[in-house]
Design a protein. Structure first.
Length: 287
């Protein structure tokens, strides 16, 4: 599928270096064969009912924000049906080489007023691809698993995602975890390629974590040892870690311990994008 051409400034692609690491480096996403920018643009801050703080900026502002991130080297787009961000991402990427960016979205499996799930994944992924104007979804996750029984609870979703992966419609599968038990299962489960995990240096529910920082860190280290790709979310505590020193401490904690392959941050302005990239670059090269 193709979109209308749009003028962009020349992209800045940074190759990963042994001596200097950067937010815009293209790095392996676990064993998936996919390479992503180490920083993803999140599109779901305070997301619910197919809207988020990003989409509530309005189309022009949201698309401009996403294009700025792309020009800064952020080529990993973190979306979900819950956020209603597919259309905005599609418009921001129109005219760009499909091989130059990675699309990740998530299936909301719960029935709600705004959502009538199929019980599987084929219907949802087909719709996502149309909304994104793409033949292939790079990563598709089961959104927001909250207990250790999720593999059995969402067996049909997993089976259909596996079928789509076999056909090449989806390249990698997994789950975003909002519970320590769910995370522990994902760390060992053979079906899982990619895990979204809540991690920051503070830990605990006040900072949107599923346990203490050390508890979660231990599970993430096990997941990575098992070959799972880990994408860290809630790095800034879902907007609660706002002081510069708090942000720096969280980034340092995550990267010094090699807990993640990449992180996603729901940046809301070009200034936040630039600030996050700068802080992340410093954290990656500290010491």
């Amino acid at each position: 599928m193709a979109g209308a051409a749009v003028a962009f400034s020349a992209p800045r692609m940074l190759a990963e270096s042994a001596s200097s690491r950067a937010a815009a480096d293209l790095v392996p996403l676990g064993k998936t064969g996919i390479r992503v920018s180490r920083l993803a643009q999140g599109t779901g801050f305070n997301g619910f009912a197919r809207s988020s703080e990003q989409t509530r900026l309005g189309e022009e502002a949201c698309v401009s924000l996403l294009r700025h991130g792309y020009d800064t080297g952020i080529r990993f787009l973190d979306m979900a049906d819950l956020y209603g961000s597919h259309d905005y991402v599609r418009k921001s990427l129109a005219g760009q080489d499909r091989e130059k960016y990675v699309l990740l979205s998530k299936i909301w499996v719960r029935e709600q007023e705004w959502n009538q799930p199929s019980g599987g994944a084929v219907v949802e992924v087909d719709r996502f691809r149309k909304e994104l104007n793409t033949d292939t979804l790079d990563v598709c996750l089961i959104h927001c698993t909250t207990n250790s029984k999720w593999p059995e609870q969402y067996e049909r979703v997993r089976d259909e995602l596996s079928g789509l992966k076999e056909k090449g419609v989806v390249r990698a599968v997994g789950t975003s975890c909002h519970d320590l038990g769910a995370l522990e299962v994902a760390a060992d489960h053979p079906w899982v390629d990619v895990i979204f995990a809540r991690i920051n240096h503070m830990g605990g529910k006040p900072y949107s974590m599923d346990g203490t920082a050390e508890e979660v860190a231990g599970v993430l280290q096990r997941a990575r040892a098992n070959g799972k790709a880990v994408v860290g979310m809630k790095i800034f505590g879902a907007g609660k870690l706002v002081k510069p020193e708090e942000k720096d401490a969280s980034l340092k904690y995550v990267f010094e311990r090699n807990l993640v392959d990449a992180i996603t941050v729901g940046m809301l302005s070009t200034a936040q994008v630039d600030d996050t990239v700068e802080r992340m670059n410093r954290a990656l090269n500290a010491g």
